[in-house]
Design a protein around this ligand. Structure first.
Ligand code: ATP
Ligand code: ZN
Length: 300
């Protein structure tokens, strides 16, 4: 039991759109694991961190009640849960919500092709099928619109053709599912991505240290994806201009070039992607011998 309490538990979707990316994120933080026989827990082998594989809808509660220290789930689910907790008078859900760079989608109203949507007023008196009843009703309320919410637990897009609703409010990424059901996206009410959540209950000091370490590594992984290491030669006279062109870089390293008095080598970490256009602008400013290298790990 003592042993158990010192291990960090992270709730991750068992099988779905967020599973692969979430596990990959933890692996990039250095975690190696073995899967339990029941396939419900991945035991960390080199860190005191275990992954609990559960349905995404269960993740906010597991983290809120401190069964898990951390969790990864869509902002759409967090928002729906937050509204439900608020209804129950609960005010602190999580101590931290950090958006991640995958699982992007939007919660949108979608209406049958033959219906014209001219704005929220088109929702007046309509029956709206959704799996996000609280987000949708709070939107309708804010707009002063009366509509009827028809709660679905999945396959919302078939509701209009079944005659169960006039329109739907559902998650969209490419829009293909909507098109296949003769619906079009009319209005977005929430932009979503995966997010990391942390329990509001304070961790024991042993755990807190590893949680902090893991959070720092996750930040590092997120930063690294966009970051590039850039090396170039610059005429001393154009140094200021060239420095200003380097995207998202802190103080670069300036190195003298052997046998070349009017040029220096500039090395910098750019925390934003370096595009061809940037390199072209740098070249125009006088830079030469440019090299852009991906960054593998980063710790501030
Ligand atoms: P579970 O069995 O865990 O309940 P689910 O069917 O509810 O799974 P998925 O369809 O795997 O969930 O989606 C998980 C999350 O992925 C969503 O809550 C959302 O945040 C994100 N997502 C990204 N793009 C889409 C999309 N096009 N449709 C639905 N969800 C998306
Ligand atoms: Zn779900």
């Amino acid at each position: 039991m003592e042993q158990q309490d010192t291990r960090i538990k992270i709730a991750v979707q068992k099988s779905g759109r967020l599973t692969e990316h979430s596990i990959e994120l933890l692996v990039r933080c250095g975690l190696s694991y073995s899967k339990g026989r029941d396939q419900l827990i991945c035991y960390g082998e080199n860190m005191p961190v275990d992954i609990l594989l559960v349905r995404d809808d269960d993740i906010p509660s597991l983290v809120q009640e401190n069964t898990c220290d951390l969790g990864i789930v869509g902002i759409n689910i967090i928002e729906e849960c937050w509204l439900s907790f608020k209804d129950q008078g609960e005010s602190t859900l999580f101590s931290q919500v950090t958006p991640l760079d995958y699982g992007h989608c939007r919660l949108s109203f979608a209406v049958p092709d033959e219906v014209t949507y001219t704005g929220p007023q088109s929702l007046e008196g309509m029956r709206i099928a959704t799996t996000y009843p609280r987000i949708v009703s709070s939107y309708l309320e804010a707009q002063g619109i009366n509509g009827t919410i028809v709660k679905f637990s999945g396959a919302v897009e078939i509701a209009p053709s079944l005659g169960k609703a006039d329109l739907i409010c559902d998650l969209v990424s490419s829009g293909e599912t909507l098109r296949a059901h003769n619906l079009y996206e009319a209005e977005t009410i929430l932009e979503s991505s995966a997010a990391l959540i942390r329990t509001p209950i304070e961790a024991t000091s042993q755990k807190a240290e590893w949680i902090q370490r893991l959070l720092q590594r996750i930040q590092g992984v997120l930063q690294v994806k966009e970051s590039k290491y850039i090396m170039l030669h610059a005429p001393k006279s154009a140094l200021e201009e060239i420095r200003a062109l380097l995207p998202g870089s802190e103080a670069p390293t300036i190195i003298p070039l052997e046998g070349c008095d009017d040029k220096v080598a500039v090395h910098a970490v750019c925390k934003e992607n370096v595009f061809w256009e940037t390199l072209e602008e740098l070249k125009e400013a006088g830079a030469s011998s440019m090299l852009v290298i991906p960054v593998e790990k980063m710790l501030a």
